[in-house]
Design a protein around this ligand. Structure first.
Ligand code: PEP
Length: 250
């Protein structure tokens, strides 16, 4: 039985004040339940603050990215070991915004996935197709190629300690959520592809949906058998909306 996970991705947003308000809301008992895990991925500069505020609560947290190196002359980067030191459980790798704006290839993303695991972080591997690829019927192939880069470098067993987030790029920040049918279809294809390497790993791995997931769309999405929660951008910045999404996952 896979436990649902609802994870916020704050992207480049927040102030000390808004982060404090958000985390204080998320550690409230109403947002905690034994049958759902809640996590937030924060800009690196706020992770220390999240650590202090989440201390002793069930709220998990992570980084939005990580470097492949643990230290060295890599100005501006955040290493997996540093991220771990601040109590993070997760590191998002391969978000489409990183792939698009920082030219991260499948191979770079796989190296980040490996570096995160080497530091005892759980990588949240983002995969998904562009609108053009969606319209050309290439969704499954794109997702498989993105997964294969990680399988080639880290092995299928690496997904025993990882999370996958299927995020169609055309749905991210656009208000166009994939329908539950479209999302379930892709999630089941992702699971079937993993099962072709190892059925046990495929059955256990959490596959989150991301892309304009909100209080309205989450309930139907989360009812789908292969959707194990959500990676939530915009709606994770509003405590009431994020709480409603958590409620849908319970
Ligand atoms: C994301 O950035 O991972 C995301 C899913 O964003 P949004 O929910 O805003 O579409």
């Amino acid at each position: 039985m896979r436990k649902p996970l609802v994870m916020g991705n704050w992207k480049l947003n927040g102030t000390k004040e808004s982060v404090t308000a958000l985390v204080n809301a998320l550690v409230e008992p109403a947002n905690n339940a034994a049958n759902v895990e809640v996590a937030v991925c924060a800009p690196a500069i706020f992770i220390g603050l999240v650590e202090q505020l989440a201390n002793g609560s069930a709220l998990q947290y992570g980084s939005e990215d990580c470097d492949v190196h643990n230290s060295g002359a890599f100005t501006g980067e955040n290493s997996p070991v540093m991220i771990k030191e601040f109590g993070c459980k997760y590191a998002i790798v391969g978000h489409s915004e990183r792939r698009a704006y920082h030219n991260e290839t499948n191979e770079v993303v796989a190296a980040k996935f490996q570096a995160a695991q080497n530091a005892d972080l759980v990588p949240v591997l983002c995969i998904g197709e562009s609108l053009e690829q969606f319209e050309a019927g290439q969704t499954a192939d794109v997702c498989k190629t993105q997964l294969k880069a990680v399988i080639d470098l880290c092995g299928i067993e690496s997904f025993e300690k990882a999370v996958i987030a299927y995020e169609p790029i055309w749905a991210i920040g656009t208000g166009k959520t994939a329908t539950p049918e479209i999302a379930q279809n892709v999630h089941s294809q992702i699971r079937a592809y993993l099962a072709s390497f190892n059925a046990d790993v495929a059955a256990k791995v959490q596959i989150l949906y991301g892309g304009s997931c909100n209080a309205k769309t989450a309930p139907e999405l989360f009812k789908q058998p292969d959707i194990d929660g959500g990676l939530v951008g915009g709606a994770s910045l509003k405590p009431a909306d994020f709480s409603a999404i958590i409620e849908a996952a319970k």
